[in-house]
Write a protein that binds this ligand. Structure first.
Ligand code: NAD
Ligand code: DAU
Length: 341
């Protein structure tokens, strides 16, 4: 492993992976390839911009010619694919971009990777491919049963990755991470949206009764899990990366308000997400057997996350303008109005 292509490396988890890997492995060349959608942000890569083992290329994983050029030019031997449309609510509004990137894009990346004779290909997937899990914990052999356009398109991508292992014996790995949080997360997801809105004392739109359950994983733990699987995982295998820290949404919201010293009166229950998955829960015993262990509890991760957003308004205030405000209106205006009636 020497020349690693990190696709989607300007987003939340991809950039955390890049910030860690450039330091931890100075002998690896890390090449970020990113389309720079609304979620791609060069500010996320500022800490590594001048590192000698870091390069950036702008491009779409679904563009064959552009992928082929980068694979050849940098003599890529390893691909870690973070590139995705990642927000469930946006996929419910319009799924076009989700199919393009999460399914077709993964196929193009695999296919060009195979033609260029690359070694490892790690597909970053999600616990959402198991669908809603009312009781118990998903293991890697549990059926895939995605229930929203985002997770269905992600399942398509990882099934194709598995097909390239079975058909062409390509050295493919899959990770399925749970709900990830931490610094540099785009403020459309629950925690960064609610932390930044609460700082400004605006209403926090909790979907339905807030009794849905998510399993929270701090971003540095997700990154160390991917690093472990990349170096020690067995070809063709999938690995769950779970925080194993399950919380009801409403308790997460209360905890962040308490940390910020803001009133619970900011909580506004609004009409629920369509087809809302009620519970995600996985076991990560298989990744633990490779030596991966989570280091941050939810409470420790939350304290650091709240601290970071409070200290880095320069990062998120400029995001919350223009297209972002239009999206916010499309997603929340009617919901908030309905809740106030
Ligand atoms: P993100 O939305 O913050 O970042 C996605 C990045 O991919 C952005 O930089 C964007 O510009 C880039 N991108 C999008 N389409 C592209 C394309 N066609 N070609 C090249 N680049 C493209 O997402 P994230 O939260 O960092 O998630 C990263 C990966 O981890 C995704 O694959 C996601 O499905 C998976 N995942 C996320 C979580 C989570 O809780 N955030 C949990 C488990 C798995
Ligand atoms: O589980 C892994 C997945 O976690 C990743 O694959 C996705 O990329 C990531 O976006 C995340 O998906 P969720 O839909 O679980 O995350 P989100 O932050 O959008 O929502 C978390 C929970 O909070 C969910 O039950 C919906 C609820 N929620 C979310 C928002 C944005 C609200 O109640 N109000 C909101 O405004």
């Amino acid at each position: 492993m020497k020349n690693i292509l990190v696709t989607g490396g300007a987003g939340f988890i991809g950039s955390a992976f890049v910030r860690t890997m450039t330091q931890r492995y100075p002998n690896y060349n890390i090449i970020v390839y990113d389309k720079m959608t609304y979620a791609g942000n060069m500010d996320n890569l500022l800490p590594v911009h001048d590192e000698p083992n870091f390069r950036f290329e702008r491009g779409d994983i679904a563009s064959r010619a552009s992928v082929a050029r980068v694979l050849g030019e940098y003599q890529i031997d390893t691909v870690v694919n973070f590139a995705a449309e990642s927000h469930v609510d946006r996929s419910i509004l319009d799924a076009d971009a989700f199919m393009h990137t999460n399914s077709i894009g993964v196929y193009i990346l695999l296919d060009e990777g195979r033609k260029h004779g690359i070694g490892r290909f790690l597909q970053v997937s999600t616990d959402e491919v198991y669908g809603s899990v009312p009781v118990g914990f998903s293991v890697e052999g549990s059926p895939l049963a995605p229930r929203n356009p985002y997770s269905a398109a992600k399942a398509g991508g990882e099934l194709m990755a598995r097909a390239y292992f079975e058909t062409y014996r390509m050295d493919v790995l899959i990770t399925r991470g749970s709900n990830t949080f931490g610094p540099y997360q785009y403020p459309e997801k629950l925690l960064p949206l609610f932390i930044t809105e609460a700082i400004d004392e605006r209403k926090l739109p909790v979907y339905g009764d807030g009794r849905q359950i998510r399993d929270w994983l701090y971003v540095e733990d997700h990154v160390s899990g991917i690093d472990t699987v990349l170096h020690h995982g067995a070809s063709g295998e999938a690995y769950n990366l779970a925080g194993e820290d399950l919380r009801h949404n409403i308790d997460v919201v209360r905890a962040l308000l308490e940390r910020l010293g803001k009133p619970e009166a900011l909580i506004q229950h609004v009409p629920d997400r369509e087809g809302h998955d009620l519970r995600y829960a996985m076991s990560s015993e298989k990744a633990a057997a490779l030596g991966w262990q989570r280091r941050f509890t939810f409470d420790v991760g939350l304290a650091e996350t709240v601290r970071w957003y409070a200290a880095n308004e320069w990062w998120w205030r400029k995001i919350k303008t223009g297209e972002y405000l239009e999206y916010y209106k499309r997603q929340y205006a009617a919901r908030l109005a309905a809740a106030e009636e």
